[in-house]
Design a binder for this molecule. Structure first.
Ligand code: GDP
Length: 226
């Protein structure tokens, strides 16, 4: 990976080692599956900060959540079409180390998804974005091999409209070369510049190489209730 030890993020800001440690501590603490909500009424009260994960089906969202939490089967790799789309809620941390909900939004952009399923996804996610005052950031997962595709651009536009802050996270960075990753990071940054609600920093991750995981934990910990 060469120069890619600390790709993007705010980790280059003040006290990077302290922030990484804060992230490690948060994810070393309790992490419990709360529920899978098929509709918004089932979500827990928004009584603490939360971050959400969104991405196309198969982008590696479940793998990344499992890598972050260090639990192999916390997020089931099961967002297959036909299954009821759910918002999965995980409760992280404790009062002393910070508390936060980690929200796993259903995957989108499945080529074979029938129209009613797309409409349902849009309703559920837009309803989610509007109803959660504690939502600090959406991590928008983008496959490092493919970059931003039309379904991702549609979600970005949606997040801009909802004025929800979001940050791009490239997944599966191990599947491309360091040079290709540089090109992908630059192209993604260029796209993000056109999106007002997008965080300018991009994180590159790989669960296979444990790349960017500690940095993503640190980003999340910085958004928790301390
Ligand atoms: P989801 O549908 O977004 O939850 O995606 P999954 O987590 O189920 O991952 C989809 C596929 O990509 C699975 O075969 C994973 O093993 C694979 N995958 C996920 N993350 C990585 C990664 O960082 N590197 C590589 N090489 N494969 C990955």
């Amino acid at each position: 990976m060469g120069d890619h030890e600390a790709p993007g993020g705010d980790i280059t800001g003040s006290d990077p080692a302290g922030r990484i440690e804060q992230g490690r501590l948060l994810f070393a603490g309790p992490c419990d599956f709360v529920l899978g909500a098929a509709d918004l009424a089932q979500l827990p009260e928004p009584d603490r900060p939360e971050v959400a994960f969104a991405g196309r089906s198969n982008v590696g969202k479940s793998s990344l959540i499992n890598a972050l939490t260090g639990r192999k089967t916390l997020a089931r790799t099961s967002n297959t079409p036909g299954r009821t789309q759910q918002i999965n809620v995980f409760a992280l941390g404790r009062e002393d180390i910070g508390r936060l909900y980690l929200i796993d939004l259903p995957g989108y952009g499945f080529a074979a998804a029938p129209k009613p399923q797309v409409a349902r996804w849009t309703r559920l996610v837009n309803g989610y974005l509007k109803s959660r005052p504690g939502l600090r950031r959406v991590f928008l997962l983008i496959d490092a091999r493919h970059g931003v595709k039309p379904p991702d651009a549609a979600v970005m536009a949606n997040l801009d409209t909802a004025a929800v802050s979001y940050q791009a996270v490239l997944t599966k960075a191990d599947k491309i070369t360091a040079a290709e990753l540089d090109v992908r990071l630059a192209a993604t940054a260029e796209t993000l510049r056109r999106h007002p609600a997008a965080h300018p920093e991009i994180l590159a991750t790989s669960v296979v190489k444990s790349l960017g995981i500690a940095e993503l934990r640190a980003e999340i910990a910085a958004l928790a209730d301390a």
